[in-house]
Design a protein around this ligand. Structure first.
Ligand SMILES: C[S@@+](CC[C@H](N)C(=O)[O-])C[C@H]1O[C@@H](n2cnc3c(N)ncnc32)[C@H](O)[C@@H]1O
Length: 256
């Protein structure tokens, strides 16, 4: 059963994802994805040629397409109809062999029962879940599904807006430094696109440990100072000094 809070969050993504915004970021995402997220995710995933990869919460599917370009066999899961439809349209245009499934990650544990695995085609060599867990109010079943969908010993890589620096750009522009007032509480961060849900970093890492995963690496990428210098965006140097994103690479348990 999907939680009402999760359904509300998905509906926000569904209604605010304009075609124009999805087209703008369809190839390799926005500035932060291009310079911070994509290089880190690709490094953490390693050589994906011939590997089966699940892009969990794939949005407009841009990263699924980047993985397919690099030779991966990709399945994208996305619950918001507007984004899943856009991703499927791109697949019809490009024919990269990506399969998109419209589904809520928090309901996928049912699909991961052995007799249901063909529904997604799992288990996967790697599951990537970028900028998704902090978008889900009731998020733990989503992390569990990602881990269960990876093959034993397979990779689980997730990325978050860094929980310690969620208001980075705005705060830096205002104060020329970072200030944070509420880190330990859990709360909703309302935004015109869709809410994020703050929880401290320990919540994510302790859940990962409780699922039996082995931590491989934590990455906090820094913006290249030359890229920052070439940009006209006010406050962009914040990304040179503080991490906008946090990425975690882990191995799913070898035995279940
Ligand atoms: C910030 S976007 C990131 C999308 C994509 N991974 C990317 O990096 O561009 C957050 C995504 O999480 C998805 N999402 C929200 N709730 C979800 C859920 N319960 N299961 C799966 N995805 C969810 C949203 O629909 C949206 O596509």
């Amino acid at each position: 059963m999907a939680s009402t809070a999760n359904e509300t969050a998905i509906e926000q993504w569904n209604t605010t994802a304009t075609r124009e915004a999805m087209e703008e970021t369809a190839t390799d995402g926005d500035f932060c994805k291009r310079h911070l997220a994509n290089p880190t995710l690709l490094r953490l995933l390693g050589d994906v040629r011939g590997r089966r990869v699940l892009d969990a919460g794939c949005g407009n599917g841009y990263f699924s397409r980047m993985l397919a370009e690099r030779g991966a066999q990709v399945v994208g899961v996305e619950p918001a109809g507007s984004m899943a439809d856009f991703a499927r349209e791109k697949e019809a245009e490009l024919g990269q062999g990506i399969r998109y499934v419209q589904a809520d990650l928090t309901e996928l544990t049912e699909l991961t029962q052995p007799n249901q695995l063909p529904a997604l085609g799992g288990p996967f060599d790697a599951v990537v879940c970028s900028m998704v867990l902090m978008a889900i109010p009731d998020w733990k079943p989503a992390m569990r599904a990602c881990v269960e969908l990876a093959r034993p010993g397979g990779l689980f890589v997730f990325g978050l807006v860094h929980p310690a620096f969620e208001q980075l750009l705005d705060t830096w522009r205002q104060h020329g430094a970072y200030r944070v007032q509420r880190y330990l509480d859990e709360y909703e961060i309302v935004s015109p696109v869709a809410s994020d849900f703050h929880r401290p970093l320990s919540a994510y890492l302790n859940e990962l440990a409780s699922l039996g995963c082995r931590l491989r690496e934590v990455a906090e990428p820094r913006l290249d100072p030359d890229v920052a210098a070439a940009s006209t965006a006010p406050g962009i140097e914040a990304y040179v000094h503080l991490p906008n994103f946090l990425f975690v690479s882990a191995e799913a348990p070898a035995a279940r």
